[in-house]
Write a protein that binds this ligand. Structure first.
Ligand SMILES: NC(=O)c1ccc[n+]([C@@H]2O[C@H](COP(=O)([O-])OP(=O)(O)OC[C@H]3O[C@@H](n4cnc5c(N)ncnc54)[C@H](O)[C@@H]3O)[C@@H](O)[C@H]2O)c1
Ligand SMILES: O=c1ccn([C@@H]2O[C@H](COP(=O)(O)OP(=O)(O)O[C@H]3O[C@H](CO)[C@@H](O)[C@H](O)[C@H]3O)[C@@H](O)[C@H]2O)c(=O)[nH]1
Length: 323
């Protein structure tokens, strides 16, 4: 029996596939390679196609004995979603609807879903717990919240069990340096900062320094991609064991401002990183920091790489050596 990983050629997906392979799980990856890379998939069986393509998805389920699904495939950029809300709903919501229909048809019950801190919007509490209000500030977060709600109804009446993992900001790379964060164009803070350190960019533009935070720049909770990968395996175990659906935050519980990330990157790389202050980016909440106590207690999740320094070191190893 295999684990179907949608979006397994992408950043977090490819790192989770590595972890599954190390755990000796059988893996089937589905990805349309719109954003991902075939050479980031380090094992298992690969199908190139779109999860919204019904005939394609039906064939994948028919040809492989799928035990459970980990569902990463989505568009995931806050800024892009503000410009293309229809495209975001179309890919994220429609893709998940098609996936659930074929899971149902082929009798696959368990799904781990990539949700996001962006479902919370401007947080009222710091750190944020899973019971806090959800009020997304951008179409991306809204599309993910719509999927969480769909999953809830599906679990109530369709015999589907789900765990939605609300990741905060994924960062870092596999410790081997073999795979890392490889988006094109890159929009995420840490890779852009490191590309600037490497001289591939002239400068990093800070999107606003007039937020209500100590240094005026946005605060995020950066979580190592391999700690996220570990959480997916634990979520699968839990679904197999007790079939109980649930929602879990995944973060380190510590926030860093954009300026702090740049300063730490200067220390790690020993390079100069030129900075310019620019306008705010639409759709950005000022602070997002997780409480992950629920994941630690109920999934037995034990993040191993929980310092910003280690996250930047691993990202730097990949960016400076292999990219
Ligand atoms: N990167 C983060 O900080 C972060 C934080 C919270 C949540 N997430 C969520 O985690 C998941 C993975 O994020 P990522 O950073 O690895 O993104 P990514 O873009 O690197 O990976 C997504 C993968 O899905 C594929 N894909 C997209 N639409 C598809 C479709 N219709 N059919 C088949 N394949 C499709 C892409 O080609 C890509 O390989 C996403 O669902 C994202 O919303 C990411
Ligand atoms: O060139 C840049 C890039 C980013 N930022 C800022 O850096 C912070 C982090 O931005 P980024 O790395 O783009 O991540 P987010 O927009 O916080 O979104 C990520 O983290 C979310 C969870 O918090 C996920 O849902 C998204 O999928 C993922 O892209 C934000 O305040 C940005 O405004 C800059 O100032 N300059």
């Amino acid at each position: 029996m295999a684990i179907l990983v949608t979006g397994g050629a992408g950043y977090i997906g490819s790192h989770t596939v590595m972890e599954l392979l190390e755990n000796r799980d059988e893996v089937v990856v589905v990805d349309n390679l719109v954003k991902g890379h075939k050479n980031a998939i380090k094992g298992g069986k690969f199908y190139c196609g779109d999860i919204r393509d019904e005939d394609f998805l039906d064939r994948v389920f028919k040809e492989s004995e799928i035990e459970a699904v980990i569902h990463f495939a989505a568009y995931s950029l806050v800024g892009e979603s503000m410009k293309d809300p229809i495209g975001y709903y179309n890919n994220n919501v429609r893709g998940t609807i098609t996936l659930l229909r074929f899971m149902k048809k082929h009798g696959v019950k368990n799904i781990v879903f990539s949700s996001t801190a962006a479902v919370y919007g401007e947080a009222k509490n710091v750190p944020i717990t899973e019971d806090d209000d959800t009020c997304p500030e951008n179409p991306y977060g809204e599309s993910k919240l719509a999927i969480e709600k769909l999953l809830k109804w599906a679990s109530d009446s369709l015999d589907i069990n789900y765990i939605a993992l609300r990741y905060f900001n994924a960062a870092g790379a596999h410790e081997s340096g073999v795979i890392g964060e490889d988006h094109d164009p890159e929009t995420h803070l840490i890779p852009i900062v490191l590309e600037t350190a490497l001289g591939r960019r002239e400068k990093i533009i800070i999107f606003g320094d007039d937020y209500n935070t100590p240094d005026g720049t946005c605060i995020r909770d950066y979580i190592h991609v391999m700690d996220l990968a570990q959480a997916h395996l634990l979520a699968l175990d839990k679904l197999k064991k007790d079939g109980e659906s649930g929602i879990y935050n995944l973060g380190n519980g510590k926030g860093f401002s954009v300026k702090e990330v740049i300063e730490k990157s200067k220390e790690v790389t020993g390079r100069d990183i030129p900075v310019e202050i620019g306008n705010r980016r639409k759709g950005d909440p000022h602070i997002l920091v997780a409480s992950s106590e629920k994941a630690k207690k109920e999934l037995q999740w034990k993040p191993k790489y929980n310092s910003l320094e280690k996250i930047i070191e691993d990202a730097w190893k990949w960016h400076s050596n292999t990219h």
